[in-house]
Design a protein around this ligand. Structure first.
Ligand SMILES: O=C(CO)COP(=O)(O)O
Length: 244
């Protein structure tokens, strides 16, 4: 099984999302060997879920609060994400960590809350350019993954997204991806009893239809978490097709 997830980030108004779904569905046929998901901004979750559900495309949140409800102005809970049609949630994206101060401690509670509300957590990990240049990539991945020792076993997907490859056109090299994915896999096996089956490890960072086939050839890569290219329905349909 391969996995392709669109992270729309803070993009699209309602009409643009409607146009995307129409154009994407015109070029997309479900395959038993690919799971496709779209993570829209909050205001678009319900219409996108309604539009894509019949074609087995899943809808994810981009973030969620650990508490089910309460006085948290501007936040959305896992319960609310589930209520509007999400079956998963992206957690720990580097933009959340860097721009909004999301900590590993906060992620422990978020992963647990996602599990409690039957949302699949897609946990993002990855090093900055400075950390890579200092030879600290595996140390950083180790720290980010160590939260799994505190969450207990949970169904999980992981995305390796080197921060320096996000939105830059600088895709990581095959050797760098293989090393990181192999390390992530070995840490997950140690940290979690794999009661929920193997954990797919996706790559993310400047994926395009031009480079995705090469990425999919890497045995350690189970699919892609796609930013910029996922805003183009034809490109996203192509990426899903390539994964099949
Ligand atoms: O951040 C990403 C997906 O979560 C990757 O973004 P780009 O595909 O635009 O590099």
């Amino acid at each position: 099984m391969r996995f392709v997830v669109a992270n729309w980030k803070m993009n699209f108004l309602s009409g643009q999302a409607r146009d995307f779904c129409e154009a994407f569905l015109a070029g997309y046929s479900p395959s038993p060997s690919v799971t496709a998901a779209v993570a829209p901004p909050f205001h678009l979750i319900r219409p996108v879920a309604d539009s894509l559900r019949s074609r087995q495309v899943r809808v994810f949140g981009q973030n969620g609060h650990a508490e089910p409800n309460g006085a948290y102005t501007g936040e959305i809970s896992m319960a609310q994400l589930q209520d509007v049609g999400c079956s998963g949630v992206i957690l720990g994206h580097s933009e959340r960590r860097q721009l909004f101060g999301e900590t590993d401690d906060a992620l422990v509670a978020k992963v647990k809350a996602a599990r409690d509300w039957n949302l699949l957590p897609l946990l993002c990990v990855g090093e900055t350019l400075e950390e890579r240049q200092q030879g600290r990539t595996l140390e950083v991945l180790d720290r980010q993954l160590s939260i799994l020792a505190r969450t207990g076993p949970t169904p999980l997907w992981v995305a390796y997204e080197p921060v320096w490859a996000i939105g830059t056109g600088l895709r990581a090299e095959v050797g760098q991806i293989r090393e990181a994915h192999a390390f992530i896999k070995s840490r997950i096996v140690t940290l979690m009893s794999l009661n929920f089956g193997p954990v797919p490890i996706l790559y993310g960072g400047s994926i395009t239809p031009e480079n995705f086939p090469e990425l999919l050839d890497i045995p350690e890569v189970a699919g892609g978490l796609v930013g910029g290219a996922s805003l183009d329905p034809a490109k996203f349909a192509t990426l899903v097709k390539q994964a099949g």
